[in-house]
Design a protein around this ligand. Structure first.
Ligand code: AMP
Length: 178
């Protein structure tokens, strides 16, 4: 299991403001609803670093390290698994380019790309976003606790088969190629 250590954001302490109607996966605070859509439209302020027809990127307002940025689709979807193939492809195309620019400008040699889905996975803003977080030293940036397990061989075999056939079914449905 992956355990992520993040800076203490105020929203974890002010649960009363969380919107409980969002979904069973995410109780987003009311201030976060529509925020990234507004940012992408230029209706809310941001430190924009990139924009095209589909994708928008800007500096995180509470960075874990210098250059911490967010890359979002302009169209609102809450979770990665809700994103259509075309939008995903557009994001995938520019993510390395944006990461290269951040590394070049900041001089960081290492970085994490983080994408949270659901409250338990530390998602707060209900709009898909990819964090690019430079790591300058062990102490700064994203801290990751990696509590790895040793699964049984038969469990892995079953799991692999189930996931692979689910992906195949999904690919046929969307006629997407993986
Ligand atoms: P997550 O926990 O993955 O949902 O991350 C949400 C991120 O959005 C946090 O890192 C916040 O600091 C960041 N954030 C929230 N509001 C803004 C804003 N107005 N401009 C830039 N970043 C923001």
């Amino acid at each position: 299991m992956n355990v992520l250590r993040r800076g203490g954001h105020f929203f974890f302490r002010r649960k009363a403001f969380f919107c409980r109607t969002m979904s069973d996966r995410l109780n987003a605070p009311s201030w976060a609803h529509g925020l990234f859509e507004e940012i992408a439209k230029g209706e809310a302020p941001s430190h924009k670093i990139y924009e095209d027809d589909v994708v928008f990127a800007f500096l995180d307002i509470n960075p874990l390290s210098k250059g911490h940025s967010l890359v979002i689709p302009k169209k609102q979807v809450t979770f990665l698994d809700e994103m259509d193939d075309e939008t995903a492809a557009s994001i995938g195309k520019v993510l390395p380019r944006i990461a290269r620019a951040i590394m070049k400008v900041t001089g960081a040699k290492c970085y994490n790309v983080l994408q949270n889905n659901g409250s338990m996975a530390h998602q707060v803003v209900p709009h898909v976003h990819f964090h690019i977080i430079p790591k300058y030293s062990k102490e700064d940036g994203l801290g990751v606790g990696w509590d790895a397990s040793k699964p049984l061989k038969e469990d892995v075999t079953d799991l692999k088969k189930s996931i692979a056939s689910q992906i195949e079914a999904e690919s046929k449905k969307t006629s997407g190629k993986i």
